[in-house]
Design a protein. Structure first.
Length: 188
């Protein structure tokens, strides 16, 4: 009798949790990863008709999340002239913002850069990282945060990300850049 009460209570907690945050079930990707994989595969999404999405410096930072024109302000890429102000796409934080917006049905990361986004998250140990967490690159110290890249962790040491000008949304190993700052989780 007590066991059935505990099972019912556990089922109720899981039901409530599933409605408010991504729930990871063994061998089943959560909403964040499912959406990131759909975008990677070129599937139509809100604000995108489908197809590969190019990396664009500053892309995804319009008033609402999703692919947008970028900016050449602050651009240091190798492709010249800067293609950002004539190309619709996403940069790394624009991708994370859009995916989380679609998964949570609100703009939980908000505008801004990777430095702004990391402030809305909680750092977790690498061994506790799970698909849907964000992977940040740069330096994170007690008093200063200077990050430059973010990816959506999909497990197995891999992430979906917008890496640099001249590429599209893609999958890379989390070791693609040498300055991994850590894994971070959004909790609403």
């Amino acid at each position: 009798m007590r066991r059935s009460v505990r099972l019912a209570a556990a089922a109720a907690v899981l039901t409530l949790a599933a409605g408010s945050a991504p729930l990871v079930v063994a061998n089943e990707p959560n909403r964040v990863v499912a959406i990131a994989q759909a975008i990677l595969n070129g599937q139509e999404q809100s604000r995108w008709k489908g197809g590969a999405i190019p990396y664009v410096w500053g892309g995804g930072h319009d008033t609402s999340p999703g692919p947008s024109l970028g900016t050449c302000q602050g651009y240091h890429g190798s492709i010249r002239p800067c293609p950002a102000d004539t190309t619709v796409g996403l940069d790394c934080s624009g991708l994370a913002r859009w995916v989380y917006h679609l998964a949570y049905k609100q703009d939980v990361l908000g505008g801004g850069t990777t430095d702004d986004h990391i402030q809305r998250m909680r750092r977790i140990p690498a061994k506790a990282a799970r698909p849907g967490d964000l992977v940040f690159y740069g330096k994170v110290r007690k008093r200063t945060v200077r990050t430059h890249h973010v990816g959506i962790y999909i497990g197995g040491g891999k992430m979906i990300n917008a890496l640099r000008t001249g590429t599209t949304i893609r999958t890379d190993r989390v070791t693609v850049l040498p300055d991994l700052a850590g894994y971070y989780r959004y909790e609403d």
